[in-house]
Design a protein around this ligand. Structure first.
Ligand code: FMN
Length: 389
């Protein structure tokens, strides 16, 4: 039988006073699945959606690949028929390509919400001036946001903007980015409380979310970074006053976090973590959904990256753990799942931070990038023509 615990802060931290409204959509509970390249495909989103309501953002889609109708990209923008709003994240560095991509989305009815990625810290992206390097160029950033907003407007599609605190401690941009996005018509902004230089290391600075909330007054501010439990989400709202939370690594191998978040925001007790038998069923479901989306071979290969997260902390032995990491078909998966003891309870050391952490590093930028924040010229070679990373 499942027991439930009231998170310590659930009694003191009320849910946000107003429901989260993003354009014409009410998001209740005010919870967003963070876009994660290689993770938040239609299969993973469905798995999460089966646990609770919220807004579930797809993997990042590069505008160039979309307008060029790259077949891989067209497969990546698959949504379930009952998925509403269909939420697509775009990466772009060029107002014109951004406009064309959003026009295509509108004309072909491909999505209901657009999020924009200005947070990617990957060196191959920042080196060219893309992702988390771009908000430093205030005018260019504003022009890209406005291009998306204007193209989306006729269809009533809200555009939201996701960014980091800045490039590094000497080049902080989040308050400017929030003000500019608000002025240019964004429907909400989301802040990951780290600089690009931090990548995923250290702790997210939630006070930066508070400052952004004080600065951006007319649209919702979403907080992101280091929510690994329902209690963390309530705490972020209580500490920062943010209008909603964006949850990434915390749900890796733990899609039931969305059930916990729904309960916590409703002031209800949060269920205890599932036992190994229940996790077996979740892994099987994830495998089926991936196999439906990509075919069995590719889907099961994709599942491998989730295995360590699902099995984290369970005493199953290194040999079996290793074999899960190499699984290549549904029959083999069933055989391995059959070897697990369903009665093992959820281990306490599976709580806390999970997913990529890495170490901080100097952000590589194009030559002269920091010289003129008002330079609106499009960075050369930063328009990725493929997805991923
Ligand atoms: C594997 C992985 C892929 C990611 N891909 C994207 C992406 O495509 N677009 C984006 O805006 N952020 C991306 N992120 C960042 C997350 O959306 C989120 O901002 C970050 O993980 C911090 O939130 P968390 O502490 O809840 O994980 C990615 C993060 C991870 C771990």
């Amino acid at each position: 039988m499942m027991t439930a615990t009231m998170p310590a802060s659930a009694e003191t931290a009320p849910a946000p006073a107003n429901a989260l409204r993003i354009g014409r959509y009410e998001i209740d509970p005010p919870v967003v699945l963070a876009p994660m390249a290689g993770i938040t495909n239609v299969a993973f989103r469905r798995l999460c959606r089966e646990y609770g309501a919220g807004l579930y953002v797809c993997e990042m889609i590069t505008t160039r690949a979309l307008v060029e109708r790259d077949p891989n990209t067209l497969q990546m923008i698959t949504f379930d028929t009952d998925e509403r709003p269909r939420s697509m994240q775009l990466y772009g560095v060029d107002p014109a390509t951004m406009r064309d991509a959003v026009r295509m989305i509108v004309d072909e009815d491909l999505a209901d919400h657009i999020d924009m990625n200005f947070g990617c810290p990957v060196p191959k992206v920042t080196r060219k001036g893309g992702g988390s390097a771009l908000p430093y160029k205030r005018r260019l950033f504003g022009d890209i946001v406005e291009a998306a907003v204007r193209a989306a407007e006729p269809a009533g599609i809200p555009v939201t903007v996701k960014f980091r605190i800045g490039i590094d401690d000497e080049h902080i941009t989040h308050l400017d980015a929030g003000r500019i996005a608000e002025d240019r018509g964004a429907a909400a902004v989301a802040l990951h409380g780290r600089t690009a230089a931090q990548r995923y290391s250290g702790q997210a600075d939630w006070t930066a979310i508070s400052r952004l909330k004080e600065t951006v007054r007319s649209i919702p501010v979403l907080g992101n970074g280091d929510i690994f439990s329902a209690d963390d989400a309530l705490r972020m709202v209580a500490e920062t006053g943010c209008d909603g939370v964006v949850v990434g690594r915390g749900c890796l191998g733990r899609p039931w976090l969305f059930r916990d978040l729904q309960a916590a925001f409703a002031g209800k007790p949060v269920p205890e973590g599932p036992n190994l038998g229940e996790i077996t069923r979740v892994m099987r479901r994830h495998a089926e959904l991936l196999a439906d989306h990509m075919g069995e071979q590719k889907g099961l290969r994709d599942l491998r990256k989730h295995m360590a997260q699902y099995l984290r902390g369970f005493p199953i032995g290194s040999d079996l753990r290793h074999r899960f990491g190499l699984v290549s078909g549904l029959a083999e998966l069933d055989d391995l799942l059959g070897r697990l003891d369903p009665d093992v309870p959820f281990p306490s050391d599976a709580e806390g931070p999970r997913g990529r952490q890495g170490s901080p590093g100097k952000v590589v930028l194009p030559e002269g990038w920091l010289d003129d924040p008002e330079d609106a010229s499009v960075p050369v070679g930063a328009e990725l023509d493929h997805n991923g990373g």
